[in-house]
Design a protein around this ligand. Sequence first.
Ligand SMILES: Nc1ncnc2c1ncn2[C@@H]1O[C@H](COP(=O)(O)OP(=O)(O)OP(=O)(O)O)[C@@H](O)[C@H]1O
Ligand SMILES: [Mg+2]
Length: 221
Amino acid sequence: MSDRYYLTDGSHVLISGATGAGDEFGGKSVLANWWFAQSVGQGWHDLGLFYNPKGLNYVRGRTVHTLKGLAQSYRAGNRLFDYRPRSDVEAEHEAVIETLEQLPGRKIVVHDEAQSYQGSSKLNRALAQLGNMANASTPTDDIRSLVVTQRPWNLSEELRANMPLKVWVGPYGNEAEHFFNAERMAAAGEQVRANTGAYRWSVTDAGEFVETNPPVPEEFA
Ligand SMILES: Nc1ncnc2c1ncn2[C@@H]1O[C@H](COP(=O)(O)OP(=O)(O)OP(=O)(O)O)[C@@H](O)[C@H]1O
Ligand SMILES: [Mg+2]
């Protein structure tokens, strides 16, 4: 039915979900890990970068810590990167996006823990001006964003409005309630509630429920 068109259509994606400890919870960053690796592996995108402030070990790609390391690894032919900022998460985020803007090709970026650098001017720019859309004026502007956060309501309305695809991962609890109400998507929320479960991910597009997917393969976790 949906053919999972949203994996390739280029729209920006907000990934959120239930938080807490325990087996039932989590799966946001793992989903993003699968999505960006898959995008490059399948040739939908030419380059993938996972901005990884938490230093998650399961993230695919070549681990780099600096712009210099990124550039060297890129010249050596790598196209999948696990970027782990060392100190100033917001300033490094800006520098990384700026670097990607200068590289050719179609790019996909995971902004993990986005609430911890939501003031980054480049997060704003990535969502408002970059992407595979009418307003991407040059080929180097083709950067798709996957924004991962456990507190989506803390992101500005403007940022959220630029992510028509909203994904909910995991069980439906108070946070989901809060999320779907804040987005004025109560009807879609009801469908998510009926279909979700541990690590399952539900896709909504422009406020409408699309479908719920099974967990991504465990080898990405
Ligand atoms: N698809 C999956 N299959 C198997 N295990 C999974 C899957 N997704 C998540 N897990 C398990 O849950 C753990 C936490 O997942 P993840 O790191 O994606 O959480 P998160 O939602 O990003 O949480 P946080 O808000 O703390 O960043 C993983 O390390 C793994 O053990
Ligand atoms: Mg995470």
